[in-house]
Design a protein around this ligand. Structure first.
Ligand code: HEC
Ligand code: HEC
Ligand code: HEC
Length: 134
């Protein structure tokens, strides 16, 4: 009788453990949260738009596909590099690591998909003429 009770306690404990463990596992498998605001590059050319949602949700990429080998997790960092330009992209660096016409549309096509121009930059940042532009 005592043995039976012990077994029940063990089964209940196991049941609880099995119930909680998988949900812990699921959470750690989920991707970390990405910025929901647009990343806008303004150097050397104003402006280029990068959206995490398109890449993570729609293209199904994971953080490690870009961070930290291709891009640091710091908005504005990459545009300080002197070689952040189209030639580098054509050579397979930065966005060009994927935008090569195979993994994603090529960097020498659909310019306006990445380039939103000064008007697009103003619309997204809410900055008007006369305000200090960086
Ligand atoms: C397709 C490439 C790509 C993928 C995939 C990607 N990121 Fe990024 N991420 C970028 C770029 C580009 C920047 C801006 C870097 C810069 O300006 O130098 C950035 C910046 C960031 C920043 C800094 C934001 C800030 O305001 O400083 C964080 C945080 C970040 N990413 C998190 C994530 C997480 C979490 C994931 C996975 C869910 C992810 N990223 C997936 C390209 C990517
Ligand atoms: C790790 C791979 C990877 C990197 C790096 C990457 N992209 Fe992408 N990107 C993709 C994929 C995959 C798609 C979706 C397939 C497609 O549109 O060809 C995509 C889609 C896009 C789109 C959406 C196109 C549309 O139809 O709406 C834009 C804009 C874009 N990328 C810009 C950028 C910019 C700007 C950078 C660099 C700052 C960049 N991407 C870096 C893989 C990447
Ligand atoms: C996949 C995204 C993407 C596409 C497509 C793209 N660009 Fe770019 N472009 C960038 C990024 C990123 C930079 C560097 C950041 C900045 O200047 O704001 C850049 C910078 C530039 C620059 C300034 C630096 C330089 O190389 O002289 C010019 C000019 C330019 N692009 C023209 C074009 C033209 C023209 C096309 C179409 C034939 C095009 N881009 C297509 C992402 C793209």
């Amino acid at each position: 009788m005592k043995k039976g009770l012990l077994l029940i306690v063990i089964f209940l404990t196991l049941g609880l453990l099995l119930h909680t463990l998988p949900s812990v596992g699921q959470e750690s498998e989920e991707e970390a949260e990405y910025p929901t605001y647009p990343i806008i590059f303004t150097k050397p050319l104003k402006a280029v738009l990068f959206e995490h949602k398109v890449h993570v949700e729609e293209a199904g990429l994971s953080c490690e596909d870009c961070h930290e080998d291709i891009f640091p997790m710091e908005a504005g960092a990459t545009q300080e590099n002197k070689d952040f330009n189209m030639q580098a992209l054509y050579n397979g660096k930065y966005c060009g690591a994927c935008h090569d016409g195979e993994t994603a549309f090529a960097s020498n096509t659909r310019c306006a998909t990445c380039h939103i121009g000064v008007m697009g930059w103003k619309r997204l940042t809410g900055k008007e003429k006369g305000e200090k532009e960086e």
